[in-house]
Ligand binder design. Sequence first.
Ligand code: DGY
Length: 327
Amino acid sequence: MSQRYKVYVTRRIPDPGTQSLTSSCDVTFWDSDDAIPREELLKNVKGMDAILCMLTDKIDDEVLEHAGSQLQVVSTMSVGYEHIDLQSCIERGVAVTNTPNVSSDSVAELTVALVLLTARRLLEGAYAVKNGEWGKWKPMWLCGVEMKKRTLGIMGLGRIGYGVAKRMKPFGVDRIIYHDVQKLSFASDFGGEFVDFEDLVKESDILCICCNLNPQTKHLFNKDAFQKMKKSAILINSGRGGVVNHDDLFEALKSNQIAAAGLDVTEPEPLPVDHPLLTLNNCVILPHMGSNTWESRNLMAEIAAENIKTILNKGHPQGEVVKRLAA
Ligand code: DGY
């Protein structure tokens, strides 16, 4: 790149991303591990050719307007891009890129961990030890369920859903069923059966939500869905919080309509500490840490940076959500 383009990065990011950008661009960072306040974002993007953002930054028409007409690309350091107003980007000829592939393994691993954490009541056990509640061995204390002979349901058979199915199969699950917009040929790798949404909720013993958030999936898991689920069912969500109606989930868990839930994503994030779900023993909540591995985060930062350079060089980036209209 002969011209030194101006790039705004909305957070401190892992070194591979920083190094990639600073070698050839004039980079300004929001020098913090915490999210940039909206006013600072609006002020600081002015005159930038590219913005590298996080999933916590709302990139809407106002941000694009403040940046100016020279803005060429919004590159998010995430797979999800529901925080970006794609329509405004299209209208303004701004490219949008994301970081697919690199976090599929870390999120799939976390999802399986959350299944076991929830099904085997491991967090309750760890707290019991800390709180001095570990007495003599009891035959029926903190009993959970095994995976063997269960039906595993996957909502959204993308890379993460696929990774979860492949990892869960060796635990001896009996059936793996999935629902997606269509039947997918690669499900045959683990003997996956395509089912409609109704059968997915009715038949799953463990149901993992691995889909993204869009108008079709918003609050798909609601009172109606929970009423159809088995009383013994365990719901896991590592997709997006908005796919689940949390008020309905609270009622379903409290009334034992379903057995338990493990959530890595919530609505909103962060979940307020006084949220009713946090009062339940049968609900395990993690702070959206699916891709929290150095392997994933280093690569996510590097790819988000490389995507910017590729777009500025008129090339084809790895995760092209919206193509830049020719200037
Ligand atoms: C993503 O990349 O969208 C993840 O949710 C972040 O972990």
